[in-house]
Design a binder for this molecule. Structure first.
Ligand code: CMP
Length: 138
C-alpha cells in the first residue's frame, strides 16, 4: 500500500553540502515529497523526538549533534515507504551500510550518519506530526 515515512537530513549532511545529492537520490528512488523544510531543533525538541533513546549511553551526544545546526525535515510518500526508505539509507553504522546506500555514500560515523528514517508506520506518523502542521503536508 502507499504510505508515508519521515526523514531528516541531519546536521552533518547539511554541513557537508549533501542536501541536493541526497534529495536527488530520494526523488530518483520514487518517493514523493509531501512536506519539507530547513529547520533547527532545540535541545527540548531533540530530547522529545529521541525520548525512546533517553537511557542510552549516546543520548547526550545524539542531542548535542542533532541540535548543532540546521536539518532538512521531510515527509515522503511511496508504496511501502518505511521499509523501502530504510533500504535506501542503509545500516545505522555506515561501515555496515550496503554499497550505494545514502549512509554508505554520505555518513561520517555511527552517530553522524547523515539521515534519519522512521522505523514503523506508527512512528512515521508521530514524527511527521512532530515537525509539520496539517497545512504544511501536501
Ligand atoms: P537513527 O537510527 O536515525 O536514530 C537514533 C540515532 O542514534 C541513530 O540514528 C544514530 O545517529 C544514533 N546512534 C545509534 N547508535 C549509536 C551509538 N552507538 N553511538 C552514537 N550514536 C548512536
Amino acid at each position: 500500500a502507499t504510505n508515508r515515512t519521515f526523514t531528516m537530513l541531519k546536521p552533518d549532511a547539511v554541513e557537508n553540502g549533501h542536501i541536493g545529492a541526497i534529495l536527488e537520490k530520494i526523488s530518483a528512488s520514487g518517493f514523493r515529497i509531501v512536506a519539507m523544510k530547513l529547520t533547527q531543533m532545540t535541545k527540548a525538541d531533540a530530547e522529545a523526538f529521541y525520548a525512546v533513546h533517553n537511557e542510552r549511553p549516546f543520548f547526550g551526544e545524539l542531542v548535542e549533534f542533532m541540535t548543532r545546526g540546521p536539518i532538512v525535515a521531510a515527509i515522503l510518500e511511496k508504496e511501502n515507504a518505511v521499509n523501502d526508505f530504510r533500504t535506501l539509507i542503509g545500516a545505522t553504522n555506515p561501515a555496515d551500510a550496503a554499497e550505494g546506500t545514502i549512509r554508505k555514500m554520505y555518513a561520517t560515523s555511527m552517530g553522524e550518519n547523515a539521515v534519519h528514517g522512521s522505523d514503523s508506520d506508527e512512528n512515521a506518523a508521530i514524527e511527521g506530526e512532530f515537525h509539520f502542521a496539517g497545512r504544511e503536508q501536501f
